[in-house]
Design a protein around this ligand. Structure first.
Ligand code: ATP
Ligand code: MN
Ligand code: MN
Length: 301
């Protein structure tokens, strides 16, 4: 019994206000997971997902014919998403504004599913001020031959180094192969400073242990190493949102975890869209309630 369980109050999904057509359509052929099941998953986790995925510019991975077929990344609205998916104007390089998408409720999530969305990716900034980052994320991408254990030890290494600079970090398994190490930031630093910090951090990591880490995008440099993808920390870049489903075999989901759990977890795709009840219960536990929350700013190097 947890004393503080604010999330548990909203664990019962509200009645869906968005009509989902073709609920029986199989979106994930392996495991025969349907569009209706995917919509129900997002309806159920909306309350724990939206504190992160809500009110920030998002990109969607849409696979209207299902996971095995053609999928595409969508940043802008062709005008067909309706009332529950909102727009925020963001200046492009040439100065003109482009409308980016954001959502702030379960109806928004479910509308996106109705439109064929499987994955939700988000900027590292909120719509109130898209120039100021509210998180750093180090996306640890293991090369093919590596074990998940190698990614785990890399994540602990990143935690340790950022901790030495006064930054609390929180791990998330992506539902794919890797781990994201996330440092929440009180929005203050702008993108050029945030990217510069992340880049230099990744370079230091790679220079100290070149056989273990690389900060180079080139595939050839990654052989047998973990790519410390710092490029999620630039203006316009996205990372997969907590509790997003993934367009991969058996519908895994990205899940915030504790550092303690990471010690024994055997892979990055441990939870799936069928696990909504367990995810809600976990999120309300005392070890996870504070996940991703810390009042801290970018260190000056
Ligand atoms: P994994 O653990 O398997 O690496 P991941 O979500 O970290 O899962 P990556 O390929 O490392 O996947 O991508 C990191 C992030 O970069 C994604 O979550 C996504 O937000 C962004 N990204 C990846 N591919 C694209 C793309 N084609 N267009 C736009 N953004 C992308
Ligand atoms: Mn990754
Ligand atoms: Mn990556």
């Amino acid at each position: 019994f947890e004393k503080e369980a604010p999330v548990a109050q909203v664990a019962t999904p509200a009645p869906a206000l968005v009509r989902v057509t073709n609920r029986e359509r199989v979106i994930f052929p392996e495991g025969k997971i349907t569009k209706g099941e995917l919509a129900d998953y997002y309806q159920a986790v909306a309350a724990i997902m939206l504190p992160w995925a809500g009110s920030r510019p998002i990109s969607l991975v849409r696979c209207p014919q299902g996971r095995g077929k053609k999928c595409f990344f969508q940043k802008h609205d062709a005008g067909s998403f309706g009332d529950h998916v909102h727009h925020v104007g963001i200046a492009e390089k040439d100065g003109h504004d482009e409308p980016y998408l954001f959502i702030d409720d379960a109806e928004g999530l479910v509308t996106c599913v109705q439109m064929g969305t499987i994955e939700f990716h988000g900027w590292g900034a909120r719509i109130e001020d898209v120039e100021k980052a509210d998180r750093l994320v180090f996306d640890l991408d293991p090369d093919e031959g590596l074990d998940f254990k190698d990614v785990v030890s890399a994540a602990f290494h990143v935690q340790e180094l950022l901790g030495q600079m006064g930054l609390a970090t929180f791990p998330m398994v992506t539902g794919g192969k890797g781990i994201h190490v996330i440092a929440p930031l009180t929005p203050q630093a702008e993108w050029p400073a945030v990217k510069d910090f992340a880049h230099r951090f990744a370079l230091v990591l790679a220079q100290a242990e070149p056989n273990r880490f690389t900060a180079a995008l080139a595939k050839a440099k990654r052989t047998g190493r973990i790519f410390v993808d710092y490029l999620r920390n630039q203006r316009g870049a996205t990372a997969v949102m907590p509790y997003s489903a993934r367009a991969r075999d058996y519908a895994p989901v990205a899940v915030p975890i504790t550092w303690e759990e990471l010690r024994t977890l055997e892979g990055a795709a441990h939870w799936h869209v069928g696990d909504a009840a367990e995810l809600l219960k976990r999120a309300a536990s005392k070890d996870l309630v504070g996940w991703g929350r810390a009042d801290q700013v970018l260190p000056v190097l």
